[in-house]
Structures are given as C-alpha cells and as structure tokens.
Design a protein around this ligand. Structure first.
Ligand SMILES: [Zn+2]
Ligand SMILES: [Zn+2]
Length: 81
C-alpha cells in the first residue's frame, strides 16, 4: 500500500482549513485499486472514489485515474511506481 496525503485547504461543509486529499494505490497480482479520498479532520466530511482494474465500468478510458476527481491534484510519481 502506497500512501500520498496532502492538506489541500478548506472543507466544503464546515469551512475549516483541515481538508485532506489522500491517494492510495493497492496492487495484488493482477488487481490494482487506485483510490482518492477527501476527508475533513474537523467535521468528518468524506468523499471517496476508487478505480479497480477488474471493473472497467468504474475506470473508464477517459478518466485520468492518477488525478484527483475532486481537486485535480496529480498523484505523486513515487506513489505510482
Ligand atoms: Zn469539515
Ligand atoms: Zn483531491
């Protein structure tokens, strides 16, 4: 499990400046799961989006899975190796 976490600013729900953008990459044999999570440490607001390599429907060719769907931040290169 690789983890890439960054404090990105204001929570859309409570306006506290503690919103965290987290990218996880999980690889097991042929299965790869990339997931994005926005989470507020203050109010618990949470949004997640996961891309599984065994579920092409949720992946979609047009989506850049290495870019956060919420804040457009790109995953750090060292987390993708
Ligand atoms: Zn919040
Ligand atoms: Zn983000």
């Amino acid at each position: 499990m690789v983890r890439d976490e960054e404090l990105i600013g204001e929570c859309p729900q409570c306006r506290a400046p503690g919103l965290c953008c987290r990218f996880n990459r999980f690889q097991k044999d042929d299965l790869q799961i990339l997931s994005w999570e926005h989470r507020c440490n203050d109010c618990g607001h949470r949004e997640t989006k996961a891309y599984r390599s065994d579920e092409p429907d949720t992946a979609g060719d047009l989506v850049d899975q290495e870019v956060c769907p919420y804040c457009s931040r790109h995953a750090r290169p060292d987390t993708l190796r």
